[in-house]
Design a protein around this ligand. Structure first.
Ligand code: ATP
Length: 233
């Protein structure tokens, strides 16, 4: 079976700034992949290209067999690092908006997750704390029955106690026919849910390995490997 995601020799620059430099990798279905890298290494840029919100200067990206475009937007659910909701919205409006916009929005899943995340339908989106905002955005993203979920620093503002429960929810609510690419700096908390990790450094792919391999062959946790790799950054 072909890969769910295939990125081939992708370059992306913003004027003179080279954000991605010849990045290639592929991802199969049923995986949770950590996208790691120090600040400015290109994680958000890569996610935007995969979500179809920006275009590479060169290289190709295919998702479920199609080049990035209207067809792939139907199967990619993106949680950006800044909220997508409008300031006038209440939580219930954000759900209605997503339900109308995405045919794969799953009402049952949304209701379950909303309860789990302790979201109140009547709350104004602008009144939510950073952690509650993240819970809302994560619920909206995971309530779609997508093939590929792109989660950019999804729980940076969530308190440490709730983090564990939310990670369990990500694993529980995700469909094993799909994959999740999750960018984060919170490695000690999150690495337990990863099957694979991708590390970017100054726009280049440094490593793409199974977590088990990192632990067995290198005898290190992902957090330890990260600290070693990015020591001089
Ligand atoms: N809109 C933009 N205009 C100009 N340069 C940009 C723009 N967006 C990103 N960059 C630059 O591209 C590089 C990669 O940025 P990107 O946001 O992808 O990194 P990141 O790995 O997500 O960083 P962080 O961990 O801090 O969120 C950085 O040098 C950044 O300054």
């Amino acid at each position: 079976m072909s890969h769910l995601l295939e990125v081939k020799d992708v370059y992306k620059s913003y004027w003179r700034k080279k954000a991605l430099q010849g990045v290639s990798f592929s991802i199969d279905r049923g995986k949770i992949i950590g996208l790691l890298g120090s600040n400015g290494s290109g994680k958000t840029t890569l996610m935007k290209l995969l979500a179809g919100l920006a275009r590479p200067n060169s290289g190709t990206i295919s998702i479920a067999g199609a080049s990035v475009g209207p067809a792939t937007k139907q199967v990619v659910s993106y949680m950006p690092d800044a909220p997508l909701t409008e300031s006038w919205m209440r939580v219930k409006d954000a759900f209605a908006f997503h339900r109308d916009f995405y045919p794969d929005f799953d009402d049952g899943k949304a209701k379950d997750m909303m309860q789990f995340m302790r979201l109140n339908a009547q709350d104004r989106v602008t009144s939510l704390s950073k952690g509650m905002q993240e819970r809302l955005q994560l619920t909206l993203a995971l309530s779609r029955n997508a093939s590929l979920y792109l989660l950019d620093e999804p729980i940076g503002g969530v308190d440490p106690v709730a983090r564990g429960n939310i990670l369990d929810a990500i694993v529980e609510y995700y469909n094993p026919e799909s994959s999740i690419l999750l960018a984060t700096h919170l490695l000690t908390d999150i690495e337990r849910i990863f099957d694979e990790v991708i590390m970017l450094k100054q726009g280049s792919l440094l490593l793409h390995e199974e977590v088990e391999e990192v632990r067995m062959k290198r005898g290190k946790s992902i957090d330890e490997l990260f600290k070693e790799v990015y020591a001089e950054c």
